[in-house]
Each structure stands twice: as C-alpha cells, then as structure tokens.
Ligand binder design. Structure first.
Ligand code: IPE
Ligand code: IPE
Ligand code: MG
Length: 224
C-alpha cells in the first residue's frame, strides 16, 4: 500500500457540463463547486493531509470577462459562507498563485488563510491565478538576484509549494490529457490519472476507485 499524503486535482470540464445540461458554462462552474465539497469531505475521510485544487490558471485570464467575473464571485461567496466551517473542521486554506484580484477578494483570501493558518487536519491549497512556468521563473530569478546556489533544495524553498510534499497523485477530470501549466516541477514523480468524467459528474466513488488503484501501483522513483 502506497502512503498517500497529497492529492492534486485539475478540476476540468465545468464549461462543457454547463453547456450540455443548462446551455451555460457558468452553470457548470456552479455545479462544479458541489463536487469540490464532496471531494474535500472524502479527502478527510481518507486521512489525506494535502489537497491541491487547480481553480484558475494564469492562462484562464484569456476567457471572456463575464465568465471570469462569475468564477470569482462564486469563489467569494463560497469562502464567505464556508470559511468558518472549514475552520471548525480544522482545515487550513492556502492560496498558491498570485493574489492580484479585486481588493475585496484579495482581502477575503488573505483573511481566510490567516484564520485557518494553524489548522492541521487537512491543508487545501487552492491554485488561483497559478502558473507553474511563472512560479519556476520567479524562483530562479530570486536565487540569481540573491546570489544563492541554484540547486534542488534552494529552488524548492522559493516555490509557492514550499513546505508542502510533492503530490503523490494527480487527477485530471474532463477527458483531456495535459498538465496545463500545473505544478510542472512538483509532479515529476506523481502517479497521474486522467478521468473521462467532467468535474461536476465526478463523485466520491470515482475518487475512491482512483485512490484504490493508486495504492497498488509500484512506485519506483528510478529504482527497480
Ligand atoms: C475547469 O473547467 C474550471 C476552470 C478552468 C475554472 P473548464 O471551464 O475549463 O471546463 P471546460 O474544459 O471548458 O469544459
Ligand atoms: C486547467 O483547465 C485549469 C483549471 C482547471 C483551473 P483549462 O480548461 O483551463 O485547461 P486548457 O486550457 O484546456 O489546457
Ligand atoms: Mg477546461
């Protein structure tokens, strides 16, 4: 049985789900939030310590403004209504990515992180305005500017995932087989599962099936 400390998820397929069921991409984003709730609960049940959710990439700014605004409104309302419960459930929230949203949303994000900082049951890393290339370049630039040695240990310290173990398992829903600029460094040795279902259709059973398969994989890390 492989230990499972960290699951990362590319929650893809909301837009297609929304168009199919309600003729609106935004309806899919709303439905996707319910899956987020389910998967958080199931992650706790499985005693997994870190869950990283890709919610908005640096490339997602290329989407229509209306969709972007809808997404951030959804997030804002979600955090406003759920952060106290997260806190009670001993969940820590961390944002990875650059917080350059509206003043209001930035404030909510910062206060949510601050409130839950000491919690230690589950750490949720929400990847928001996150791009792996940007993260890596930034770390290299910092090392260079401060005349630090460029090595694996030093680089890790300047990634947004500092102090977070690399994901053991990556799941991408939505029947698309790519990484879309997500955790390129950190996923070097992760087990990757591509799931056909769209994110709003993904459920606890699907999640547990993947976890079970993961637990039986022979992870070599270069050895035999
Ligand atoms: C992923 O779902 C969620 C975000 C990027 C916010 P998409 O919105 O990419 O859904 P599809 O891939 O268009 O169906
Ligand atoms: C990746 O999904 C980003 C998130 C899930 C937040 P996208 O739907 O944006 O990825 P591409 O553009 O299809 O690669
Ligand atoms: Mg997509």
């Amino acid at each position: 049985m492989n230990p499972l400390k960290h699951v990362a998820i590319i929650m893809d397929g909301n837009g297609r789900w929304g168009i199919k069921h309600k003729n609106s991409r935004n309806a899919g984003h709303k439905a996707g939030l319910k899956t987020v709730e389910k998967i958080i609960k199931e992650t706790i049940k499985n005693r997994i310590k870190f869950l990283t959710l890709y919610a908005f990439s640096t490339e997602n700014w290329k989407r229509p403004k209306k969709e972007i605004n809808f997404l951030f409104n959804l997030l804002e309302n979600f955090l406003k209504s759920r952060i106290n419960e997260f806190h009670k459930e001993n969940i820590k929230l961390k944002i990875i990515g650059v917080k350059n949203f509206s003043k209001k949303l930035n404030k909510i994000l910062i206060s949510s992180e601050k409130k839950t900082l000491k919690n230690d049951k589950l750490q949720i890393n929400l990847a928001l305005n996150y791009g792996s290339k940007f993260e890596l370049l930034n770390a290299f630039k910092y090392l260079n500017k401060n005349k630090k040695r460029i090595n694996e240990n030093n680089l890790k310290k300047y990634l947004q995932t500092k102090n977070i173990p690399d994901p053991d398992l990556l799941i991408r829903t939505g029947n698309t087989h790519r990484l879309s600029n997500f955790l390129l460094w950190q996923l070097a040795y992760s087990e990757i599962f591509f799931e056909k279902k769209l994110w709003p259709d993904f459920n606890e059973k699907d999640y547990n099936k993947i976890i079970k398969k993961f637990s039986n994989i022979k992870r070599n890390f270069g050895k035999v």
